[in-house]
Design a protein around this ligand. Structure first.
Ligand SMILES: C[S@@+](CC[C@H](N)C(=O)[O-])C[C@H]1O[C@@H](n2cnc3c(N)ncnc32)[C@H](O)[C@@H]1O
Length: 396
């Protein structure tokens, strides 16, 4: 493995635990290195870190991911293969601390688990592996068998061209996926391979959906009609039905009618739900014209901004959505507002909801504030890997 000498700026970043470096953070040029090269990064005072570099990344952005500080003496014996295996084993062990996360979970969550660009989602019958950095892509064929051994299911790559092209990585064709069998909080789902989105299942809200079930179970009077907006396979609405809600309407623009029907059938809830394919904003406008009301609304939209440059636009989108949802909610009803927009923080999201309620003349009682599940580990609210927010309100 090669050694790159850190410039003062790079050294300062590493000393303050910033683990992404630009080309200008090195005294040596990164240009001659092949994409994804694993290197040692050293200071003139003898400190050493290990990481990987991709010189094909635009100079404005980080081209190096730093993985770990190495004690002097470890350099001679360092092996990327042993390191990657160790990180995978540790990540699986971390999930297995919690009941409910032994299988059917995000078993590897990128930099939070120590390998930036690697995501592993495990289902009852398959593991889906996504790789978005050149440094990890080099070890594709090492990672698959390790995942298969740890998860005891077959592993499949799901290359996402959107992320891979930033690293100039090709997209490989893969053998056909099976229909995914998913279990979460005692509920079962089935997802056809042709509708698989960038993830097979949105495990990130597991704890929030579990809380929804507990909360509904504690209400003196269960809501009768639920609306699951941006439903995908129906995980939120199914959680409500399982907790005694009478009926649910699921709305998504994607082709998920088969998934929602399968979930109703697999969980013994046939006849209690209906899937509507269409745009949520239009559905809300049409239903408001028809004077429809729901006692429970579950609102889990896609990310409204890709970067903080679009934050203003995202907040506008939330504002419109939250106002329409509040208009549809019957008095005394429960709403779960969720967000996966990373650049919108908890305080901003709550403020957006409070302002929407004020404009609609509704009063709110906040009854729950939730984060992402334990299989999406983060060290703090401010961390970049922390993106999920979920707030439940009783609305009058
Ligand atoms: C974050 S995912 C929802 C995940 C889902 N609630 C779950 O827990 O499994 C966002 C979903 O919104 C859908 N979507 C995006 N924009 C939409 C729109 N304008 N109207 C309806 N559905 C939309 C996508 O198809 C996707 O299924």
């Amino acid at each position: 493995m090669r050694t790159l000498t850190l410039a003062k700026a790079g050294l300062n970043k590493l000393r303050s635990h910033q683990l992404e470096l630009k080309a200008s953070d090195f005294d040596d040029s990164v240009k001659p290195l092949p994409p994804g090269e694993w290197c040692f990064f050293t200071s003139t005072s003898g400190e050493c870190w290990v990481g990987f570099v991709n010189p094909l990344i635009d100079e404005k952005f980080a081209c190096a991911h730093v993985l770990e500080a190495l004690p002097s003496g470890a350099v001679g014996t360092f092996s990327p293969e042993v390191f990657i295996r160790g990180r995978l084993v540790r990540a699986f062990e971390r999930r297995r601390r919690f009941t409910g996360y032994e299988a059917n979970a995000r078993m590897f969550y990128g930099a939070s688990d120590g390998l930036p660009g690697l995501l592993v989602d495990v289902f009852s019958n398959a593991a889906i592996i996504q790789i978005n950095t050149a440094g990890i892509d080099r070890y594709r064929e090492l990672i698959r068998p390790v995942v298969e051994e740890l998860a005891s299911v077959e592993g499949f790559f799901l290359d996402n061209p959107k992320y891979r092209e930033k690293e100039s990585l090709p997209t490989y064709s893969e053998r056909a996926f099976p229909e995914l069998a998913v279990q979460e909080n005692g509920l079962r789902f089935q997802i056809r391979p042709e509708v698989l989105q960038k993830v097979g299942f949105y495990y990130d809200h597991r704890e929030n959906r579990l809380h929804l079930m507990n909360f509904l179970g504690r209400l003196a009077k269960r809501p009768a009609r639920a609306l699951d907006l941006f439903s995908y396979a129906g995980a939120w609405g199914l959680s409500a039905l399982r907790s005694g809600v009478d009926e649910a309407v699921f709305v998504d623009q994607g082709d998920f009618g088969v998934e929602v029907e399968a979930a109703l059938r697999l969980n013994g809830l046939e006849g209690k739900g209906r899937f509507v394919r269409g745009d949520v904003f239009r559905f809300l406008d049409d239903s408001l014209k028809e004077n429809q009301r729901f006692d429970l609304i579950l609102c889990d939209p896609p990310a409204f901004a890709k970067s903080s440059l679009q934050k203003h636009q995202a907040l506008d989108g939330y504002s419109k959505l939250h106002r329409k949802v509040l208009r549809m909610l019957s008095s005394g009803g429960l709403v779960a507002f969720s967000s996966c927009t990373q650049c919108v923080g908890h305080a901003e999201f709550q403020k957006n909801i409070a302002e929407a309620a004020q404009k609609e003349g509704r009063s709110l009682q906040l009854v729950y504030a939730g984060l992402q599940g334990f299989d999406h580990p983060v060290p703090s609210l401010e961390d970049r890997a922390n993106y999920i927010k979920s707030y439940f309100y009783i609305v009058e």
